[in-house]
Design a protein around this ligand. Structure first.
Ligand code: BTN
Length: 265
């Protein structure tokens, strides 16, 4: 029997994908600078997917780069929600719920606020970065960029918290199955019919909630420590600081005390 090729294959994704609209318009690249750039040069539709085996200029949060060698799955989902801005804001969180569901078929994992998927021992196996653009009629185009460390075997030494599904489980996984599962779950999660249940699932699966956190503001370099008491419906954190002040955190960098064995206070 022929051995199945578990690396990303355009034809396998097209054949296996069981979605209504996400990925029906599918663009596949052996290599691109970033799926964010790829989506800028081709006509897009609601649900278009841009996927690459390798990125030469992968971008992460807070101006960081995103290591994008073969073995990872790098994709952008284009969404054009017919929705209010508050709903657009929550989209990344809803996508994170879908990606966690899909990855949990391969290993136990959780969400780290705002949009990382981490293994039970706190290793980052997926990152999500959303870019938002408004077009002439005020409608939003959301590009949800997702990087899954599926079969990645080596990371830069400085990425001490990064790992991959293969490194953690000891088994290579079928990248096509992971991608199709991710797109199918994201499609379910972003349907606004059951948004409140999906937000509840986000909270249930989020390791940040109920933890002591350090809020590190990327621009000023300042930081605040406190207890993460809640996550609002727009995806922002409610933190009670050690000084007793309640703050709402919707940007900046939040580290979770304990998960990485760091001492934050
Ligand atoms: C993070 O910093 O956690 C977010 C990482 C997002 C990486 C993905 S890979 C696909 C898309 N294209 C990019 O250049 N970045 C995002």
């Amino acid at each position: 029997m022929d051995k199945i090729d578990i690396t990303l294959q355009e034809s396998r994704v097209r054949n296996m994908l069981k979605t209504e609209y996400i990925g029906k318009d599918f663009h596949f690249f052996e290599e691109t600078t970033s799926t964010f750039d790829a989506a800028d040069h081709i006509a897009i539709k609601n649900g278009s997917v841009f996927c690459a085996r390798k990125q030469t200029n992968g971008r992460g949060r807070l101006g960081r780069s995103w290591e994008s060698q073969n073995g990872g799955i790098y994709f952008s989902i284009i969404l054009m929600p017919d929705a209010r801005f508050s709903e657009v804001q929550i989209m990344t969180a809803l996508c994170a719920v879908g990606i966690r569901r899909a990855l949990s078929k391969f290993l136990p994992c959780s969400i780290k606020w705002p949009n990382d998927i981490v293994s039970k021992d706190g290793k980052k196996i997926c990152g999500i970065l959303t870019k938002l653009k408004f077009i002439d009629d005020g409608k939003a185009i959301v590009n949800v960029g997702i990087g899954i460390n599926a079969n990645t075997k080596k990371f830069d030494d400085e990425l001490k918290y990064a790992s991959s599904v293969a490194l953690i489980t000891g088994k290579d996984i079928d990248e096509n199955l992971v991608l199709c599962g991710a797109l199918e779950e994201v499609e379910r999660c972003i349907s606004f019919e059951n948004i409140s249940e999906t937000i509840e699932e986000y909270k249930k699966e989020c390791v940040t909630l109920g933890k002591r956190v350090r809020v590190l503001y990327a621009t000023s370099g300042e930081s605040v420590t406190g207890l993460c008491e809640d996550i609002k419906d727009d995806g922002s954190l409610i933190v009670k600081t050690d000084e007793g002040e309640i703050i709402n955190v919707s940007s900046g960098e939040v580290s979770v005390r304990g998960i990485y064995g760091e001492n934050y206070v």
